[in-house]
Design a binder for this molecule. Structure first.
Ligand SMILES: Cc1cc2nc3c(=O)[nH]c(=O)nc-3n(C[C@H](O)[C@H](O)[C@H](O)COP(=O)(O)O)c2cc1C
Length: 208
């Protein structure tokens, strides 16, 4: 089993990476493979609402950034952790651009797989950012993995995050909870407990 951890910071080895690394090493200790992928600092397109993805197989029409590669990686993953720095009390613009496109074009890669959000801030805006990221999971039928506190660390540098002992403890507890849930899901599947079939008969816009 493997977990894909996506770092939504342009700083590949910054605070968010430090938090995700703590989750990843806990997962590895629990026998779950963990891979951290950074969105990087390059240009990343926003969703243009062209709806061309409806004609494609789990892919965005734009293939000049990392999004299609991430959808392909997501299809192979069993669980997810999405990490973001807090910018003006919300997740980074780049993680929102990536997730809008990944979930709109490739939601099948995520359905019924557990996910968690992690936020890193100097001081404030973490819970609002976690709220935003969690909304992607709860519209995609993904079990949300939690910890002993909300999944946040505090710091402006990796060294400061290393001093946030409770934050790192939350990351380790998150990793153990993710590993436990993945093992339960695997055991359930092996015993014939499959994900439910989703009803899709109704899609009612608010037009009366
Ligand atoms: C544009 C920008 C906006 C920021 N806004 C906030 C904020 O609203 N609240 C906060 O506590 N920290 C804020 N910060 C600080 C970062 O959230 C914090 O340093 C974070 O841990 C950086 O993570 P990273 O090293 O993974 O990029 C901001 C940083 C930047 C660059």
């Amino acid at each position: 089993m493997n977990v894909l951890l996506i770092n939504g910071s342009p700083r590949p080895n910054g605070c968010t990476f430090t938090a995700l690394s703590e989750v990843a090493s806990t997962l590895e200790a629990e026998g779950i493979s963990a891979e951290i992928v950074s969105l990087g600092a390059g240009s990343l397109r926003d969703c243009t609402a062209c709806r061309k993805c409806a004609e494609l197989d789990n892919a965005c029409i734009f293939s000049d950034d990392c999004v299609n590669d991430l959808i392909a990686r997501a299809a192979r993953a069993d669980g997810f952790v999405f990490g973001t720095p807090v910018y003006y009390a919300h997740p980074s613009g780049r993680i929102l651009s990536a997730l809008d496109r990944m979930f709109y074009a490739g939601s099948a890669a995520f359905r019924h797989k557990p996910a968690a959000a992690v936020a890193s801030a100097r001081r404030a805006g973490t819970t609002a950012s976690l709220d935003v990221l969690s909304k992607y999971f709860t519209i995609a039928e993904m079990p949300v993995v939690s910890s002993s506190y909300w999944n946040m660390v505090h710091g402006n540098s990796p060294e400061e995050v290393q001093q946030d002992l409770e934050g790192l403890q939350s990351m380790r507890n998150l990793g153990r909870n993710m590993a436990w849930l993945l093992k339960c899901i695997r055991l359930g599947r092996d015993s014939g407990v499959l994900p439910p079939v989703t009803e899709r008969a109704y899609k009612t816009n608010f037009i009366r």
